[in-house]
Design a protein around this ligand. Structure first.
Ligand code: KG4
Ligand code: ZN
Length: 327
């Protein structure tokens, strides 16, 4: 009865990733092939290009992952794969590959919700979170505040009504001609700027929901009329506005539900200013995974898969993909 090892596969967007995680918490191997250089030529992810690139990368990435851990499929107990949300063509490559791998090795398969997977970055840091916790999932496609009472027991408390936080960063960066992907370039520019612009708050009054499209429009108007100042100041202002509302709403919700811990997750959790401010302002402990676990990877999928598998959950080999799977 050895420690359970799960192979994770992730291809929902523009990273091709494979990982092996033991007992849901210990990373044995973790490989990510990023397509960012390819898509940056187009200023965003091109779905057809992404699917094709996954097809080219998935086998080498899986091989490198197993080799880096000195493992073979004989050492693997189950396969976990992202089945949504994401780009249909991209999800299909990973799902089909995971099915073939599970079938050939005679191991169980489990389909994983990418958003739930992001939360599990917090189980891979060396410190196990104490539940109930409030997770702030901020990625390119989602901005969700999720109350996690137990593994598999979630309640969606708040979400964005329009743009996701990462999407807002990406659009703002395009507007300011700073490049792609938006989050890292805005963060870099903001380091040399000051938050001088007055921007709207990014909330839906009377709810726990976010709204980032007004922020983007305000920035657009200022830029169009020559009132945005230097790109660095505009970037700093935009970042400060997004971070402020994320932190404020998260802390208010955490207090309201009396959680033991706050968990950060998703690509935007890589943002240095967000990390700094939430640590500064929060009265409850905040778990902040390292950058490499915040952005898309397969270790989070393998970890999440483990906690489903130990409950006896399995997917059939007829597993489908769900491009707009909700949390
Ligand atoms: O979770 P993720 O890697 O992919 C999705 O599932 O969407 O998140 C990608 C998003 C992008 O919108 C990117 O601009 C944003 O995360 N991001 C950041 C930073 N690094 C990545 N946003 C703000 N600051 C960063 N340092
Ligand atoms: Zn993601």
């Amino acid at each position: 009865n050895h420690a359970m090892r799960v192979l994770g596969i992730e291809t929902s967007c523009d990273e091709t990733a494979a990982a092996v995680v033991e007992e849901g918490i210990k990373i044995l191997g973790n490989k990510v092939a990023s397509q960012v250089d390819i898509h940056s030529r187009y200023g965003g992810v091109v779905p057809e290009v992404a699917s094709r690139q996954h097809l080219l990368s998935i086998v080498p990435v899986m091989r490198q992952c197993l080799e880096s851990a000195s493992l073979t499929m004989h050492d693997i107990d189950a396969v976990a794969v992202t089945c949504g949300p994401g780009l249909a063509g991209s999800l299909l490559v990973g799902a089909n590959f995971a099915k073939a791998t599970a079938m050939a090795a005679g191991k169980p398969l489990i389909g994983i919700n990418h958003l739930e997977g992001h939360i599990y970055a917090n189980w891979l840091t060396g410190h196990i979170p104490t539940l109930p916790a409030l997770a702030l999932i901020v990625s390119g496609g989602h901005t969700d505040l999720v109350l996690m009472k137990d593994h598999g027991d979630y309640r969606l408390i708040g979400r964005t009504r329009d743009d996701a936080a990462g999407e807002a960063f990406d659009k703002a960066a395009r507007l300011l001609n700073l490049g792609y992907p938006g989050g890292p370039v805005i963060e870099k520019a903001a380091k040399s700027g000051k938050p001088t612009l007055k921007l709207p708050k990014g909330v839906i009054p009377g709810s726990s929901d976010f709204s980032f499209s007004g922020l983007k429009t305000a920035l657009y108007r200022l830029a169009e009329t020559g009132q945005a100042g230097s790109p660095n100041d505009a970037a700093a202002s935009f970042q400060e506005a997004v971070v402020k509302v994320l932190v404020k709403r998260t802390l208010a919700t955490a207090e309201e539900w009396g959680v033991n811990q706050i968990l950060l997750a998703g690509g935007v959790a890589a943002n240095g200013r967000l990390r700094e401010k939430i640590l500064q302002d929060s009265p409850v402990p905040v778990s902040i995974p390292p950058l490499s676990l915040c952005t898309d990877n397969a270790a989070i999928i393998a970890s999440c898969g483990y906690f489903h598998l130990v409950k006896g959950e399995r997917s059939g080999l007829d597993l489908d993909v769900f491009p707009s799977l909700p949390f």
